[in-house]
Write a protein of this length. Structure first.
Length: 294
């Protein structure tokens, strides 16, 4: 689907229920678990994997419905936050990863990864957080109209599944300082090449919990209430400030919870900050890990 030059890994598969979950398992050493969001996939972390795999064990799953994982219909998979967290737990148990975990999270990966961390706080050693949330919508932030359209209307659903609107738009607007070339845009969109394969990009948006009673809201609220358990960990926050969804309002909340975190801000950076600011951010994450040995 994507060339070996761009994605030079031999992926593995783990079966969960009826579905195969694809993941990378590269290198050896203390585990670094990288959790992607929507509408990206493990491809987002490829350059970080290449940089770190000589010193760490890097585990990078594709969520069910994303990347090279199976893309089942609703009858064979529950596209919910709880199921995503269960999947991550299932994979890490399968791999025997139960201690000294460094979590690297982005977008939906923040909520999934931190909900897992809330189940097992003693297993987490360090956090690297990029343009994401692990808490309810900041009071200073309004829900973006484009996401409202996708989340709540048949037209939004039709645009996502029929036209790949979400992944297509993201490949253009999520990098600001270094817009992606055609080859990279195609690679990000490649797993979502037909109606069936775009189910997860839609279900992720429809699953965004905004108020009490929404599926997943209790998980988010519980995760937020327990963030103080991680306040003494080494934490690195990296933020593309031109993200129209995870704006600086979200960064402010992270900094309120973790005032001692190392913060790297990119005023001209977009949502895919690891792609957009790779020349600065990759060495910065590497240095952060080296300076906070487990």
């Amino acid at each position: 689907m994507v060339s070996k030059e761009l994605y030079p890994f031999q992926g593995k598969y783990h079966t969960i229920g009826k579905n195969k979950l694809h993941y990378l398992d590269e290198g050896s050493g203390d585990p670094v678990v990288m959790v992607h969001g929507n509408p990206s996939w493990s491809f987002y972390y490829r350059n970080l994997v290449l940089r770190l795999r000589d010193r760490y064990r890097l585990v990078v799953p594709d969520h069910i419905g994303c990347g090279y994982s199976d893309k089942p219909g609703d009858e064979d998979y529950a596209y919910t936050l709880k199921q995503r967290v269960d999947d991550l737990e299932n994979l890490l148990e399968h791999l025997g990863i139960r201690e000294n975990i460094t979590l690297v999270v982005h977008d939906w990966g923040g909520m999934i990864g931190m909900a897992f961390a809330s189940r097992y706080p003693e297993r987490i050693a360090r956090l690297v957080v990029m343009n994401t949330a692990a808490f309810t919508m900041p009071k200073t932030k309004s829900f973006p109209p484009a996401l409202w359209l996708i989340r709540n209307t048949w037209l939004g659903a039709l645009l996502v599944r029929g036209c790949n609107a979400f992944s297509l738009a993201a490949s253009y607007v999520c990098c600001k300082r270094n817009p992606m070339n055609r080859t990279l845009r195609h690679a990000y969109r490649a797993p979502y090449d037909n109606w069936k394969n775009r189910i997860a990009t839609l279900r992720f948006v429809q699953d965004i919990p905004l108020k009490e009673g929404d599926a997943g809201y209790e998980i988010v609220a519980g995760c937020e209430a327990g963030l103080s358990r991680f306040s003494k960990l080494p934490i690195f926050l990296a933020w593309g400030e031109l993200d129209f969804v995870f704006s600086t309002h979200f960064l402010d909340v992270w900094m309120q919870h973790f005032p001692n975190a190392q913060v790297m801000r990119f005023p001209d950076g977009g949502h895919y900050i690891l792609e957009d600011a790779a020349d600065e951010l990759l060495p910065a994450i590497d240095a952060f890990l080296e300076s906070h040995q487990i």
